[in-house]
Design a protein around this ligand. Structure first.
Ligand SMILES: Nc1nc2c(ncn2[C@@H]2O[C@H](COP(=O)(O)OP(=O)(O)O)[C@@H](O)[C@H]2O)c(=O)[nH]1
Ligand SMILES: [Mg+2]
Length: 386
């Protein structure tokens, strides 16, 4: 993998805001590398536990470790441990890590410490920030539409500033003129930043970006300045909900796609009523004892979008586990109320179906407190910001 140092594994971080398409891109890159005969290990991360992304990536056959309970920067040692777990089981030549979508300052708190402390084990690829163009056009004030508060927008913009590669994803969603408008605004606001335009889903524009990730090393530069008070307040404006629900149709079957579509629409209705802008609603339905790891999955990334089924289950399901990951600018209790109200309506729409809530956590992300922060390379001293 690394022509210069074949003994080192490559470490690739694909960041970006909630719903930008990170997991889709991770899965595309992992598939391409696996097809080239490389061993790949994936690392997912969340503020809570039970990530839909982990279920999804494992269902695609990828060795995946999940770091729950905090972002990479604050759980740096767990990140290294996750890499070691994967090394013990799969000996990956390439790690692909997806940081939490509300996280920023990855260069100083993850990439530089990895280089400084574990440079003998890893080669660091340039760090990417993926953007959903519709969301980015709104955040940068180029188009009207439901938006987030300024402190959430602060994190969004800091993610762009922090990245080595800015990747305009979902190029298939907007026309060339809107894409060009966004690209020009980014080039002017972040001079010199390398910008790629891709569609992870349609697999366009990926070659040039993936080449950078698989061939090149991150260039050391001074890390950006971050106001950790604003960053913490921005993260705390986002409500987080993770739930697992056991769904069963005793004596019968149900259509997983229809169930997910209905539930996503109900949750969307509840969020709109509360004027809570969704960042990302992601749900998966894994049939019990599923053969071949088939899974259904649905996403909603804006209140004014239509929930999208990303993976379908053709066959009817007898019972299965539903994972709900919901992130929105709202009080966590409101998110729990929205989910409970939707589940309460379920038997009316799907007679005979039972839904048992097995796990529910809802919270605001805690104050970011990185294990390490290295503001520049080389020759700087590691220091903690607090
Ligand atoms: N139209 C379009 N949708 C995409 C593309 N990439 C990802 N998505 C969709 O965006 C939603 C969020 O994707 P996901 O990979 O889960 O985003 P993450 O939160 O950044 O990991 C899903 O519905 C994806 O199918 C793309 O290139 N084009
Ligand atoms: Mg994801």
């Amino acid at each position: 993998m690394n022509a210069a140092s074949p003994s080192k594994a490559r470490y690739i971080m694909i960041g970006g805001f909630l719903g930008a398409g990170k997991t889709t891109a991770v899965s595309r890159l992992a598939a391409r590398l696996s097809a080239r005969g490389l061993r790949v290990g994936l690392i997912t991360n969340d503020q809570g536990a039970n990530l839909a992304d982990t279920a999804l990536l494992r269902s695609r056959g990828f060795a995946t470790e999940e770091i729950p309970g905090g972002c990479f920067c604050c759980r740096f040692n767990s990140l290294v441990e996750a890499a070691r777990n994967l090394t013990a089981s799969t000996r990956p030549e390439v790690f692909i890590a997806e940081p939490v979508g509300s996280c920023t300052d990855l260069a100083a708190t993850v990439a530089y410490p990895l280089r400084r402390l574990y440079g003998a084990e890893f080669t660091l690829a340039p760090v990417s920030a993926l953007l959903d163009p519709v969301r980015a056009l709104r955040i940068l004030g180029l188009e009207p539409g439901p938006a987030f508060s300024p402190k959430v927008a602060y994190i969004y913009k800091k993610q762009i500033e922090d990245a080595d590669l800015v990747v305009l994803n979902k190029a298939d969603l907007v026309d060339a003129a809107r894409l060009e408008c966004l690209r020009a605004a980014l080039a002017s606001a972040y001079p010199g930043k390398e910008i790629h335009t891709v569609s992870a889903r349609e697999e366009t524009g990926l070659d040039a970006w993936f080449d950078r990730l698989t061939r090149d090393e991150q260039t050391a530069r001074n890390a950006m300045e971050v106001d950790y008070a604003v960053y913490a307040e921005g993260e705390a404006l986002l409500g987080w909900l993770n739930a697992t629900v056991q769904i069963a149709a005793p004596g019968g079957t149900f259509d997983a796609d229809r169930l997910l579509a209905w539930l996503a629409a109900e949750i969307q209705r509840g969020l709109r009523t509360r004027e809570a802008e969704v960042a990302h609603l992601k749900m998966t339905l894994s049939p019990d004892g599923g053969v071949g790891g088939g899974i259904a999955s649905i996403n909603l990334v804006r209140n004014d979008a239509v929930p999208e089924l990303a993976f379908h289950l053709e066959d009817p399901v007898v019972s299965g586990q539903l994972i709900v990951n919901l992130r929105a600018e709202a009080a966590p209790e409101d998110l729990a109320a929205v989910l409970r109200a939707a589940l309460a309506l379920l038997p009316r729409t799907f007679p005979g179906l039972s839904a048992a809530l097995e796990h529910l956590e809802h919270f605001r992300p805690g104050k970011p407190n990185p294990t390490h922060r290295i503001a520049c390379l080389p020759g700087s001293r590691a220091f903690r910001p607090f």
